[in-house]
Design a protein around this ligand. Structure first.
Ligand code: UDP
Length: 355
């Protein structure tokens, strides 16, 4: 049994990662400032520390309290549009927090570090599917911030022996098949949850952001990858880092689905038409983002188990039906106390920390 720190483990992807680690028989400490995450999303069995990963003293205390075999760092600002309104804030937070956490990990004797990264590092790629050899050219400050964070970790690897890897997610989708956790963003901006809510009549008709792209049906193609498969990839990469250092890996199914195909799948799964109307293109949307994940597959044996669009929509729908108000409607489970009074005591102030 190993002990892993999961930053952002109260968020959509992080909570699935934490649950997968627990299912794998590991101990998990979730660190999250709850600015975007939900305490109720932290899986039962995980220890929870409410703190900001940018707080070096708090992170030192966390590392002093547990001996970690690895860190999975997901806590970040991740709304592309916001990053274009305040790029310096995004870069300062996403890069600075990653460096702070990695430094605390090294000081704490933990040498395995997995960064949650993004397909946005490629910007508007010339080819599909995209391999990791595609030049990185972020089209947003968010993508740039993740690329810079990767570069910082590469330096730490080169100069200090940090074993790191980044997983460049394409479009995370779906929910835990058991229906215990799922997507709950405020505001929600992602296609699948918006389409499901539109079908259920819980929100205004969906706006399709443009149908004049150079794609088969004119709407954008995205590579949706089930969040359970994403979580599995993290466990495999941690295993890889036990042997030596890693690198950047694309994480997607290798198949693109158009906005219209997603609308069709949501209508089929819910049994309701998805009210929608055509809108203008959303700035910064590339026509197609499809991953070649051969590097990850070859290195770790990773294979998607829920690669069908139907499975992604179906699990997301099940979560939504069970939790129409998201986590707000679930029983509040108070997080277990993080403070300890042993030597190397945690002195975490759970007051709002900037994020
Ligand atoms: N999209 C859309 N209407 C919406 C939200 C998204 O047409 O209300 C499109 C968006 O332009 C993109 C795809 O759906 O082509 C997936 O968008 P999402 O925001 O879910 O993920 P992203 O690709 O931006 O990470």
């Amino acid at each position: 049994m190993s002990t892993y720190l999961v930053s952002g483990g109260a968020g959509y992807i992080g909570s699935h990662v934490a649950a997968a680690l627990l299912d794998g028989g590991h101990r998990v400490v979730v660190v999250d400032n709850l600015q975007q995450g939900h305490a109720e999303a932290v899986p039962e069995g995980a220890e929870f520390v409410r703190a900001d990963v940018g707080d070096a003293a708090a992170m030192d205390a966390v590392f002093a309290s547990w001996g970690f075999q690895g860190v999975i760092h997901l806590a970040a600002l991740s709304v592309v549009g916001d990053s274009m309104r305040d790029p310096l804030h995004y870069i300062a937070k996403n890069v600075g927090n990653t460096m702070t956490l990695a430094r605390a990990a090294m000081r704490g004797g933990c040498s395995r570090f997995v960064l949650s990264s993004t397909a946005a590092v490629y910007g508007d790629p010339a080819c599909a599917p995209i391999t990791e050899d595609e030049p990185t050219a972020p089209a947003s400050a968010y993508g740039a911030s993740k690329l810079m964070a990767e570069q910082g970790l590469a330096w730490a690897s080169e100069l200090h022996g940090l074993r790191w890897a980044s997983l460049r997610y394409f479009n995370a989708a779906g929910a835990d098949p058991a229906g215990q956790r799922g997507e709950d963003h405020a505001p929600e901006t992602h296609l699948i949850p918006l389409a499901i809510d539109a079908a259920l009549g819980r929100r205004a008709p969906l706006t399709v952001f443009g149908d004049d792209y150079p794609t088969p049906d004119g709407t954008c193609l995205r590579d949706y990858v089930h969040v359970t498969d994403l979580a599995d990839a993290h466990l495999r990469v941690l295993g890889l880092l036990a042997e030596g250092t890693g690198r950047s890996f694309n994480l997607g199914n290798g198949r693109g689905f158009s906005v219209k195909e997603v609308i069709g799948a949501v209508a089929e799964v819910t049994g309701c038409p998805v009210p929608h109307r055509l809108g203008v293109r959303r700035p910064g949307d590339p026509p197609a983002l499809v991953a070649a994940s051969d590097r990850l597959r070859a290195a770790t044996g990773w294979r998607p188990r829920f690669g069908a669009l139907h499975a992604m929509v179906e699990t997301a729908y099940r979560w939504r039906l069970k939790n129409p108000e998201g986590y707000a409607g679930t029983r509040h489970v108070p997080p277990p106390p993080a403070q300890r009074d042993t030597a190397g005591a945690l002195q975490l102030d759970s007051a709002e920390l900037s994020g």
